[in-house]
Write a protein that binds this ligand. Sequence first.
Ligand code: ATP
Length: 217
Amino acid sequence: MKPLAIFGGTFDPIHNAHLRVAWEAAEFLGADVRLLPANVPPHREQPVADAGTRAALVRAALAGQDRLTLDTRELRREGLSYTIDTLVELRDEIGADRPLVLLVGADAFAGLPTWHRWTELFAHAHIGVLTRPGHGGTLPTELRTKIASRRANSAQSLRESPAGRVLPIPVTPLEISATQVRALLAAGREPRWLVSDALFADPALLAPYRAPRGEPG
Ligand code: ATP
């Protein structure tokens, strides 16, 4: 059965490495991928752009294809938003049988034991670990123990069950970060070809990141 994969992030703003890894995961798994901008709780450092703008940026970047789509559920949720809640909700929507894959970067995966109710994640989804050569160090012992019997070695094995396996997904290393894109914009430069051309079509989209213009004197 065709898997549904989800890829979360702050997307402040979305850039070409996000798009490319999501696309490569879609092709590797034969899956549809939803991008989920995260709701950043008030006590954490706030993104530069508000939730509506970050979602609009993702929507603009995804125009012209339908394999990657935007899912704004985490932005609409009140209070703290946890991955486990998103997976439970999605599982409810897609039914018990369809494979659901949580995509995470290798570095985020190593930190999995710090996530809310992390051991329950495997009951609802597979985990696809986006693996770039040179990124992602050693895994903590409790994580290694937990996944020892869950390791999968092919995309096919993820299509054969709804949840519970862990699969590395090799992706093209692209050294782009949202931090770099924000720094360029704040310095008055254009992050062309680091982000989708579509983000330049509407000047309002990248405006929150640009240096304020001096008042005409
Ligand atoms: P920032 O620079 O603000 O920390 P970021 O570029 O890392 O942001 P996020 O929105 O935090 O962007 O990332 C969302 C997801 O995309 C995370 O799982 C992250 O591991 C992954 N990701 C970010 N940049 C890359 C990249 N260059 N290659 C592959 N995956 C990436």
